[in-house]
Design a binder for this molecule. Structure first.
Ligand SMILES: NC(=O)c1ccc[n+]([C@@H]2O[C@H](COP(=O)([O-])OP(=O)(O)OC[C@H]3O[C@@H](n4cnc5c(N)ncnc54)[C@H](OP(=O)(O)O)[C@@H]3O)[C@@H](O)[C@H]2O)c1
Length: 336
């Protein structure tokens, strides 16, 4: 059998997600054939299914940016990898180091957007678009890293021991940010709409928790927890809806890492940035170089991603339905 199963998403609906059979490709020079073993979903995948924010795939595309698998064949000159290596794909395939290149900022080289993604039994990559998995992680844990984890690492990698980090929500990015910030020696404050999720965040290492629905002025509570000064860093995975309060929860010369666009509408008062002498930093996922740095940190600290639900390859639609039904505590993983 030289065929494999994959899914292709033809339009913004779950009905448009169809399983297809395709021919297993042979790697050309500098290419690597990966037998995919697991994939995971992210908030952004809702956009492709629901057509939110005008985001549409340019053509029937194999969905999902995040996945991990095993190298089964390498083309001539593909010396970065050997058969048997356990690997994950880089979110923006040609973003190797430094800031994102202008040509890549339109997502044309992003897995599961401009090019085919990971929801397939086999996937051919250019060798530059892969990293080795941390040794301590399973395939399904490794499959959660390319988007949410790398974004969180990009946000918090500069945190120093003893600093205080505020993390908004308990979504995919937030839970990785919590794990990384704790492992870097920070004091952490987590907000959530759910007391049950806050209890789990405490188990995962949050030093202080705040229910943002009961306490919509949570920035005051954050200041109170920091002797009135504010936190050193905020990981804001929500967006304009929370940004003003994130700035007001931050100490002088502190940094708000703006990651989220759950609610892209809204305006902020720029005087809060100036008056507070706060830096607001836009974060977009990360380069291959940061991915490799993060993987070394994960292995060194023996961190394990939080997985919420597992689905089989043949029940991939179930995974998308679960993702669309609302935020999960822990990543949704498809495994095969
Ligand atoms: N910039 C980038 O490169 C990048 C990369 C990855 C993700 N993102 C974006 O980051 C956002 C989060 O992604 P995700 O994968 O972490 O999503 P997710 O797993 O669906 O989590 C979303 C979380 O947002 C929290 N939330 C919603 N409204 C909130 C509010 N007013 N205050 C505090 N928390 C609130 C919820 O927390 P509770 O359930 O605890 O209330 C929910 O768990 C999305 O907009 C996504 O597109 C951006």
């Amino acid at each position: 059998m030289n065929t494999f199963k994959a899914y292709r998403l033809a339009g913004p609906s779950l009905e448009s997600l169809q399983q297809v059979t395709e021919t297993i490709p042979v790697p050309a020079a500098y290419e690597v054939l990966v037998r995919m073993r697991a994939a995971s979903l992210n908030y952004k995948d809702n956009f492709y299914l629901a057509g939110d924010q005008g985001i549409r795939l340019p053509r029937p595309t194999i969905p999902l940016s995040d996945g991990a698998g095993e190298v089964v064949a390498v083309g001539a000159g593909a010396g970065r990898f050997n058969v048997g290596d356990r690997v994950a794909g880089v979110f923006v395939q040609d973003w190797l180091y430094g800031p994102i290149a202008d040509h890549a900022a339109d997502s044309s080289t992003t897995l599961g957007h401009g090019i085919d993604g990971t929801l397939a039994e086999y996937r051919l990559f250019n060798q530059e678009g892969l990293v080795k998995l941390p040794e301590n992680l399973s395939f399904e844990e490794g499959a959660t890293l390319p988007c949410a984890a790398l974004t969180a690492w990009n946000a918090v990698r500069g945190v120093r021991a003893g600093q205080t980090v505020l993390i908004l929500g308990t979504g995919g990015v937030a839970l990785f940010a919590l794990q990384f910030a704790k492992a870097l020696g920070a004091r952490t404050i987590v907000t959530s709409s759910s007391d049950a999720k806050l209890a789990r965040a405490s188990e995962a290492g949050a030093d202080h928790v705040i229910n943002y629905q009961r306490d919509p002025d949570w920035h005051h509570a954050v200041r109170a927890l920091t002797s009135g000064h504010g936190v050193d860093h905020v990981v804001d995975a929500v967006g304009p809806d929370t940004l003003e309060r994130s700035i007001q929860a931050t100490r002088r010369e502190g940094v708000v890492h703006l990651v989220g666009l759950i609610n892209p509408a809204g305006r902020i008062d720029p005087m809060l940035i100036l008056g507070g002498t706060v830096t607001v930093r836009g974060v977009r996922v990360g380069s291959r170089e940061l991915f490799e740095e993060m993987n070394a940190f994960i292995a060194h600290k023996n961190l394990h991603p939080v997985i919420g639900h597992r689905f089989s390859f043949d029940d991939a639609k179930g995974a998308f339905e679960r993702q669309l039904s609302g935020p999960e505590f822990g990543k949704i993983v498809i495994t095969w």
